[in-house]
Ligand binder design. Structure first.
Ligand code: COA
Length: 222
């Protein structure tokens, strides 16, 4: 007999999902799963935004141009899709008015007894500082603490990354400590600050509603 509910998607409740929408200065922000046909847009933004992205991203073999050609996307997409199918990740892209502008990745999903994941994100510089990532992460958090059933979401950030620190501050992430030489980023082992939210920290109405209440977003249908 077929199982009902989340089991229909394997061990990964809450995946796949489309999440939205919140309106910010840049437009209507939504999240959806990564797609094979995202190659061209993903590559164009990543190649143009090397200076904006490279200082904060894990070191990897090959040049930036090689790693971000459209031909690289299918292999990355397959890895993300397979992690999602195993229940280890929720690899979303951020869209603004339907256009891909970045990614929000919930990774290292560990179920009972931890019920934990990390969140990572990047956003196209041409829509930067307009609240897009904050809105996108709020949507992802509501989903993680809701349908996915997680208890804790962590984020690690270089102390120099002012924009990312601001995103976490707006969302009320708690600073929990400093990880020395935690991650090989942009060619060296870098210290990272560790932040987290647990479900008990989330306002009753949720993170997206909190942004609306603070005037940082409006519901997308408005
Ligand atoms: C970090 C990042 C995802 C933020 O995306 P975003 O859509 O611009 O984020 P938001 O607009 O929601 O919030 C950014 C905040 O940082 C502020 N900010 C941006 N650059 C800043 C800087 N250099 N110094 C201080 N604050 C800065 C913005 O003004 C905004 O705050 P405000 O709303 O109070 O004005 C984006 O800058 C990015 O892709 N960076 C490179 C990749 C990266 O760092 N990923 C995270 C790794 S931990």
């Amino acid at each position: 007999m077929a199982h009902a509910g989340p089991e229909r998607h394997g061990r990964h409740p809450g995946w796949p999902a489309r999440l939205g929408g919140l309106r910010v200065a840049a437009g209507a922000v939504e999240l959806r799963p990564v797609r094979l046909r995202d190659a061209g847009t993903w590559s164009a933004i990543r190649l143009r935004d090397e200076e904006h992205l490279a200082p904060w991203e894990p070191t990897a073999p090959g040049t930036w141009a090689q790693r971000h050609s459209a031909a690289e996307w299918p292999a990355r997409w397959m890895l993300l899709r397979s992690a999602a199918r195993r229940g280890a990740a929720l690899p979303f892209v951020i869209t603004v008015d339907g256009r891909l502008v970045g990614q929000v990745m919930l990774g290292n999903v560990v179920r009972e007894p931890l019920l934990s994941a990390y969140v990572g994100y990047w956003c196209d510089s041409t829509v930067g500082s307009k609240g897009v990532t904050t809105a996108a992460v709020a949507l992802a958090l509501d989903h993680c603490f809701g349908s996915v059933g997680l208890h804790r979401v962590e984020a690690t950030v270089r102390p120099e990354n002012a924009a990312s620190l601001r995103v976490l501050a707006k969302l009320g992430f708690r600073h929990e400590g400093l990880f020395r030489r935690y991650l090989d980023v942009d060619g060296a082992w870098r210290d990272h600050l560790c932040f987290a939210l647990t479900v008990e920290d989330v306002p009753a109405a949720g993170m997206a509603a909190m942004l609306v209440e603070r005037g940082l977003a409006t519901p997308a249908q408005d």
